[in-house]
Ligand binder design. Sequence first.
Ligand SMILES: Nc1ncnc2c1ncn2[C@@H]1O[C@H](COP(=O)(O)OP(=O)(O)OP(=O)(O)O)[C@@H](O)[C@H]1O
Ligand SMILES: [Mg+2]
Length: 260
Amino acid sequence: MLTLACLSLSGGQGKTTTAVLLGKRLAASGHPVLVIDADPQSNLTTFLGHDVEANAPTLLEVFRGSVALEDAIYPTTSENLFLIPADDGLDAVQDYLASSGVGAMLLRKRLAPAQDSFAIAVVDCPPQRSQICKSVIGASDRILVPCEATVKGYGSLVRTLDAIAELKDMGASEAELLGVIPFRDRWVGMNQSQESRACIEEMRREVGPDRVLPSIRESERYKQAISKGLTLEALGFPDLEYPFQVLEQRLSTLTVTAQS
Ligand SMILES: Nc1ncnc2c1ncn2[C@@H]1O[C@H](COP(=O)(O)OP(=O)(O)OP(=O)(O)O)[C@@H](O)[C@H]1O
Ligand SMILES: [Mg+2]
């Protein structure tokens, strides 16, 4: 199992959108996919239409090791797509991780029993530089950084790269940057907005041109696809699926290696 984090240390950068649409695409291609909601806001859980029942195991219990991992993994309405959900109770894990002394190592250890059951785990992160984020970075093989094609988005990229570098420097992570996805790239007809173009150029300078993936354009269609539980292709907009198509290609060699 390859563990991929969607991480970007500001709100509204497209982490959950990317996790849902990528997870669905990979699952629709026949890969067994585990998506993990590591954000107490629990938008991923909501977007996948999952209701957390009282006392049902979530990522909180997985972190604490108080349930068997398989008891916190739930099927979704999409074939091949499984979820470890969250609710706002996940906030309680911050103190637990801080006091454990091995917080950055813990999620990797807790997910180990699922290694042979899934091709990929896609983890949706909270927007703050928190103990949860550290543990997700520690558990990840690759990190995908969605960031708005704005000055705020560029700032989020810089903070995120800094957080990853800190964990690597401590020897707590071997994660590599899979890529940066510019989010809400604004176009009017054939013209890209000046701000989008300038910010994406800055992103290329920061991480190298090969690491900046095709952008997610500003469009209501992505929200519609998520609210209807469909892929963009199924909604009738195959062109908008392009960023996820490219991501799937980049991941294909990695997931084959991870499964073999
Ligand atoms: N292509 C798009 N164009 C414009 N808005 C979009 C697009 N895709 C998603 N959105 C909206 O942008 C907002 C932010 O997206 P998303 O929730 O994925 O970001 P996030 O990084 O997960 O945010 P948070 O840090 O709060 O968890 C959401 O309201 C979402 O519906
Ligand atoms: Mg989110």
